[in-house]
Design a protein around this ligand. Structure first.
Ligand SMILES: [Zn+2]
Length: 269
């Protein structure tokens, strides 16, 4: 499985060919291109609380959901807090739309068709999960804290425990995010990773002459997914680094926070 470039109605986005081939699901990772926002939000900003004009953000949501074949009316968002909670989205949550949710979660999970799970990133990793057998989907926001807490594995566990998924059936797509090349950290990040994942985390950490560390969050999350029982063939990883490709993606680090947001969405059809 790989992550591939797609385009619809002049809106570019990324998809996972494994999800598309399995069928029954709409999904996509947004870029910063193809929207109507201006200035520092130029152009596809999907962040609602970053200072952009709400009418433009709503237009961007309509453009993006239409491009990937999802329902604007089915959007369900969350307050992301760099935690590892995975919230089950029920029929009662459908229709929440762009209203700010009262609950906090960095992972969303559902088996209800028509609910469009949405998470936001700008360097942090977006991860989408799809079980085409039990028909369950999940969207996960994994920054370094969420990665150290194993939120990707928590989402798989939630699919298994709440909906009876077999880990071997689950497909995973890790989207664009800050990569090993650009994610420079102090020792707190690698320490948190090795504490959580043991020696296997060391394969995804580089020590630089400067005394700084470079950490591969994509590799760490793939590791969590494998530990949770996913087949390595069922994990697609985008090679796009949001900081290297800051003209194409929103990067929090590159813009020093003056930015819009990407979204990753997944919806059962
Ligand atoms: Zn980079």
């Amino acid at each position: 499985m790989t992550i591939v470039d797609s385009m619809q109605n002049q809106v570019p986005f990324l998809t996972c060919d494994g999800f598309t081939n399995a069928g029954g699901v709409a999904h996509g990772f947004s870029t910063r291109l193809g929207g109507v926002s201006e200035g520092i939000y130029d152009s596809l900003n999907l962040g609602l609380y970053r200072g952009d004009e709400p009418e433009r953000v709503e237009k961007n949501f309509r453009r993006f959901t239409a491009a990937i074949g999802a329902d604007f009316e089915g959007l369900v968002l969350s307050n992301q807090v760099h935690g590892c909670a995975v919230r089950t989205i029920t029929a009662a949550d459908r229709g929440q739309g762009l209203r700010r949710p009262i609950w906090e979660a960095d992972g969303l999970i559902t088996d209800i068709p028509g609910v469009c799970l949405t998470i936001f990133t700008a360097d942090c990793l977006p991860i989408l999960l799809y079980d085409p057998v039990r028909r369950v989907v999940s969207a996960v926001h994994a920054g370094w804290r969420g990665t150290a807490m194993g939120i990707a594995g928590e989402a798989v566990k939630a699919m298994v425990e709440r909906y009876g998924s077999c880990p071997g059936d689950i497909l995973a797509a890790i989207g664009p995010g800050i990569s090993l090349c650009c994610f420079e950290t102090d020792e707190d990040v690698p320490n948190a990773m090795t504490e959580a994942l043991g020696a296997s985390a060391l394969h995804h950490i580089e020590v630089r002459d400067s005394g700084k560390f470079h950490v591969d969050l994509k590799g760490m999350n793939a590791l969590w997914l494998k530990k949770a029982g996913l087949s390595p063939d069922h994990i697609a990883v985008s090679d796009a680094c949001t900081m290297c490709q800051h003209d194409r993606f929103w990067s929090h680090r590159y813009t020093r926070g003056q930015r819009g947001s990407q979204a990753a969405m997944i919806q059962l059809l």
